[in-house]
Design a protein around this ligand. Structure first.
Ligand SMILES: Cc1cc2nc3c(=O)[nH]c(=O)nc-3n(C[C@H](O)[C@H](O)[C@H](O)COP(=O)(O)OP(=O)(O)OC[C@H]3O[C@@H](n4cnc5c(N)ncnc54)[C@H](O)[C@@H]3O)c2cc1C
Length: 370
């Protein structure tokens, strides 16, 4: 029987797995290898870091993975054409589906490696624990919260922390730093301004056109040596690159992301499929931003292609992707959105965000998850 490995239990590989039929799962030996025994909903990790009361963000893999797939908790180190090297054991495979997600990208800026981050469950939890312990202290260095990067995750985190502090009467000076001249640079300026105003009304100091030049100890320098903020709570949300395992492996990559072909295969390695944040898909001359949306689409597509191979059918369809737009959540009742060329804000945008969260819950659990 063919040996097939799903590496990583994120949006990409879980979309793939949950789209395979029971019949398909009898036709090969399947392993799911993940460094944790659980899946976390990356798109909702800001809620963990900010201490919003949220459930269902961390999900035991055993509760969602079909019994035909063997779940192994191990950490990948390196991938070769037919061998996966992990911390505990090495694994042979006929096909591998690599969905290891992203790591933080500090663009080589001095000191930024030593910052809090919210890219995985453990880090989001650690950020929260230290943040609220620090905010109990009276010195300003403990009260200053600096969020580096005002893209989606930075803005969502910032809004969440500001709201939690407000509702619990916690005294904090919250800054969000952005090098571009407006926050949410992927949005039209007018829409981004709506989000800026929302943050400012929550008391957040929005520092756009402020470039982080370095961090030394607890001091972060903005634009030049004269401008700095001292803070024990510096949280990095400014950029991601693919998982370091990719850079360690045989594939040609840029920022640990592999420019896959139209069947999502790594060039020269037909049995290695790469999906989610570790893959690079071009949108004309620029890559698509790594999102859960594209990761899920890739997973769904690869389920069709894998199913065809398992059933000895030919499969000619190429992967294609059209960005549907995005929503940036600012509170339980308010969001800003740009969807299919239309910009809007308010409760309707929030409903859309909730809808995508419910859709994922449904994909994982079916009706019983709702
Ligand atoms: C805070 C935040 C908010 C976001 N908000 C949005 C949003 O609103 N909308 C949107 O579309 N996108 C959003 N994104 C981006 C989105 O979460 C990612 O694009 C998506 O999770 C990518 O899916 P993936 O399957 O490639 O990786 P992930 O979902 O990150 O899964 C990777 C999996 O690999 C495992 N893993 C990692 N390293 C190893 C290893 N060495 N060995 C074994 N297993 C390993 C991890 O435990 C994890 O299970 C957000 C990201 C963050 C960090």
């Amino acid at each position: 029987m063919k040996k097939i490995i799903f590496l990583g239990a994120g949006y990409a590989n879980l979309s793939l797995i949950k789209s395979l039929s029971k019949e398909d799962l009898k036709k090969a030996e399947f392993l799911l290898i993940n460094n944790n025994s659980y899946h976390y909903k990356t798109t909702e990790l800001h809620k963990i870091a900010a201490d919003e009361s949220e459930k269902n963000i961390k999900i035991d893999l055993k509760s969602i993975i079909p019994e035909e797939i063997v779940i192994i908790q191990d950490t990948a180190i390196k991938i070769e054409p037919n061998k996966l090297y992990c911390k505990n054991t090495d694994y042979d495979f006929d096909e591998i589906y690599i969905g290891l997600g992203a790591n933080k990208n500090t663009f080589g800026i001095e000191g930024l490696e030593e910052t809090y981050e919210i890219g995985d469950y453990e880090n989001a939890l650690k950020t929260k624990e230290d943040l609220y312990k620090n905010l109990e202290k009276s010195e300003s260095i403990y009260k200053n919260v600096v969020i580096c990067g005002a893209g989606f995750s930075g803005v969502e985190l910032c809004a969440s922390i500001a709201q939690v502090c407000k509702s619990k009467d916690i005294d904090a000076n919250i800054y969000i730093i952005e090098a571009m001249d407006e926050i949410l640079p992927m949005y039209n300026k007018e829409l981004a301004k709506v989000a800026r105003k929302y943050l400012e009304n929550l008391g957040v100091k929005v520092l756009s056109s402020h470039k982080i030049i370095k961090k030394q100890g607890d001091r972060i320098y903005l634009n030049d040596e004269e401008n700095y903020i001292d803070s024990k709570n510096i949280i990095f949300t400014a950029g991601v690159k693919g998982n370091a395992v990719i850079g360690n492996s045989v594939f040609e990559s840029k920022n640990n992301r592999v420019l896959v072909n139209e069947y999502l295969q790594a060039p020269n390695y037909d049995n290695c499929y790469i999906l989610g944040d570790c893959s690079l898909i071009m949108n004309n001359d620029r890559p698509f931003a790594p999102t859960a949306q594209i990761a899920c689409k890739q997973g769904n597509y690869l389920a069709k292609s894998l199913s065809a191979r398992l059933n000895n059918q030919s499969f000619k369809e190429k992967f294609s992707y059209k960005d549907q737009g995005s929503v940036c959540s600012l509170s339980e009742k308010y969001a800003v959105a740009s969807v299919q060329g239309r910009d809007f804000s308010g409760f309707l945008a929030k409903v859309l965000k909730k809808f995508t969260e419910i859709k994922w819950q449904y994909k994982l659990f079916g009706l019983k998850g709702l």
